[in-house]
Design a protein around this ligand. Structure first.
Ligand code: UDP
Length: 242
């Protein structure tokens, strides 16, 4: 099986855009959500313990309100962003359950009627029982993004790897959208990322992974079976290790 898992426990950071419609990747597309869920279901079916930190950028990002800071405060905007991730989490949960995959949604923002509260030991139990754990609400704190939530949860849940599913297919020396000569790295060390001042993820999140020696794999979720290939250890994206 070319997709046999290489990692046992995985923290997958899915950007909200992966669920969005069309070119702008806004809203929640049932088809896109289903396509992602199908991959997650197959991964879980191969015995991988899977925790998913879901973003919210398809619905709302805190930064979009900075111009109106006299009205909606930055912290309020960030709490709104955290709530957006819960909506995505609910969509993903129902989609997975419709496929017969056992799933638990935990939120870092207390919301007991909608999701379990995030409790580390409970999340670990769910993972051991083969349930996909969807982690919504980010870190529960403003002024960071779901990258930080992914680094935090990946570290405390002792994941073997943090998969950052994004719209670029890896880490480049310069922005590939602006430069034709941009070159992609297949492998990097944490130190090289710092020396070369490369953008892998939010700096605080990156530093947390570096200290915990949690490898980060950055890859394009839009490629066919990308999540499955990443978990199978196939050469896809850029891997950052110690
Ligand atoms: N957010 C936050 N704290 C967190 C995680 C998220 O304040 O720990 C807010 C922040 O405003 C962010 C929004 O939630 O812009 C949505 O998350 P993110 O931008 O990370 O989503 P993604 O880009 O991954 O879809």
């Amino acid at each position: 099986d070319p997709l046999a898992p290489h990692f046992k426990r995985v923290l997958l950071k899915l950007s909200g855009e992966s669920l969005g419609y069309g070119d702008n990747k806004l809203g929640i597309s049932l088809d896109k959500t289903k396509a992602i869920a199908e991959q997650l279901a197959r991964v879980a079916g191969r015995g991988v313990q899977l925790a998913v930190v879901i973003g919210g950028g398809n619905l709302l990002r805190g930064a979009q309100f900075t111009a109106g800071a006299e009205t909606i405060k930055p912290a309020t905007a960030d709490y709104m962003g955290m709530l957006a991730t819960v909506m995505n989490g609910l969509a993903l949960q129902d989609t997975l359950e419709a496929m017969g995959v056992e799933t638990r949604l935990q939120s870092a923002v207390r919301m007991e009627t909608v999701a379990e509260p995030y409790i580390r030991r409970r999340a670990l139990r769910h993972l051991e029982k083969g349930r996909i754990v969807i982690l919504a609400g980010g870190t529960g704190n403003p002024f960071v993004t779901t990258d930080t939530a992914a680094a935090l949860r990946g570290t405390e849940l002792l994941a073997d790897v943090l998969l950052k599913a994004t719209k670029v297919d890896g880490v480049y020396n310069v922005d590939p959208k602006k430069n034709d000569y941009a070159e992609k790295f297949d492998r990097l060390t944490f130190d090289q990322v710092i020396q070369k001042q490369l953008g892998v993820m939010d700096i605080g999140a990156f530093e947390m992974c570096r200290l915990a020696k949690l490898p980060i794999l950055v890859f394009d979720y839009k490629q066919d079976a990308a999540i499955e290939k990443a978990i199978a250890g196939q050469p896809i994206g850029t891997i950052v290790t110690g």
